[in-house]
Design a protein around this ligand. Structure first.
Ligand SMILES: [Zn+2]
Length: 303
């Protein structure tokens, strides 16, 4: 049987919020089996704990935010991706601000902190969400689709030619597991320098710098150290999706196709899946059996 997992002990760290520019302190605690991932604002007595769940999504324009009542926490996706990639099912995240720190713009610093704390198996069986019927949401040429598949695979493509030819078109096809996760967890978020200037005029991106995002202009990457991967942009988009799909609250098994997708599309997808869960997902506890056709995808394809 495959068990649920949580942190072996609490861990704390701090960093700047991308949009607020405030120093944010985060503490992650172990949680009991079947708790899920719960965010708790410690800077307000009115703030209720908020479960990371598609129905609690409140905002998807620049990042994924969840909220309930007076509580709201944004930019949860890279931390959620770290939990999903490391197989952490249960944790309490105590945070003294409304925005998870951006750190280096990837999930790697969260992965490092969780690994410093250690991960332990729990008595309860792990929850698997196995796709039994295809489902997709498409708006124009923006698409997210899930199909039955033996494992979890992603085919992700982006086209930012209009934003900058430096990013252009990229695609990646890969299986997702603990061995491939580090290839995505280190990929940083990105933006065009003109968007940085525009957001700053609106009072956003106050904490943004070349230390926490890949910034491009029309001709080059502006970060002195360059890119971590040639296709870092599409890898980061895939990382965002992994974090957003983690709100489903189980280990997803299916073939995921992403075309020019983003947080809004991912949020609409997970909400609809959860609303009609019995139609599209079969819940397996402790292990999973494939319900779909088996199609070979190389674990290293595209990496
Ligand atoms: Zn991101």
């Amino acid at each position: 049987m495959i068990h649920q997992a949580t942190l072996a002990r609490p861990v704390k760290f701090a960093g700047v919020g991308l949009h607020s520019g405030c120093m944010v302190h985060v503490e992650i605690f172990p949680a009991a089996p079947n708790t899920g991932i719960i965010f708790h604002r410690t800077d307000s007595a009115l703030a209720y704990p908020v479960l990371a769940n598609p129905f609690n999504i409140t905002e998807t324009s620049l990042s994924t935010a969840i909220g309930s009542g007076a509580s709201r926490v944004s930019t949860i996706e890279h931390l959620m991706a770290a939990f999903a990639g490391l197989g952490v099912d249960n944790a309490y995240v105590r945070i003294d601000n409304g925005e998870v720190p951006i750190l280096d713009g990837s999930a790697a610093p969260f992965v490092d902190q969780i690994l410093i704390a250690g991960i332990v198996d729990q008595a309860a069986p792990k929850k698997f969400l196995v796709c039994k019927k295809s489902f997709e949401i498409a708006h124009g040429d923006h698409l997210i689709r899930m199909e039955p598949f033996d494992g979890l695979s992603f085919h992700c493509s982006i086209d930012f030619t209009e934003l900058s030819p430096v990013i252009g078109k990229q695609s990646i096809l890969t299986m997702f597991d603990d061995k491939t996760f580090s290839k995505f967890s280190e990929a940083r978020t990105f933006c065009h320098i003109k968007d940085v200037n525009f957001m700053r005029e609106k009072g956003l991106a106050r904490g943004g710098s070349l230390d926490n995002a890949v910034v491009v202009d029309d001709h080059k990457v502006l970060n002195g150290e360059g890119l971590r991967f040639e296709d870092e942009f599409v890898r980061h988009k895939l990382l965002d999706c992994i974090g957003d799909l983690a709100l489903l609250g189980g280990v997803l098994k299916g073939k995921i196709t992403l075309r020019k997708s983003g947080h809004a599309l991912h949020g609409e997808f997970t909400k609809n899946i959860m609303l009609h869960q019995q139609d599209y997902l079969e819940v397996h506890w402790g292990d999973y059996k494939s319900l779909g056709h088996i199609e070979k995808v190389s674990a290293s394809a595209g990496l």
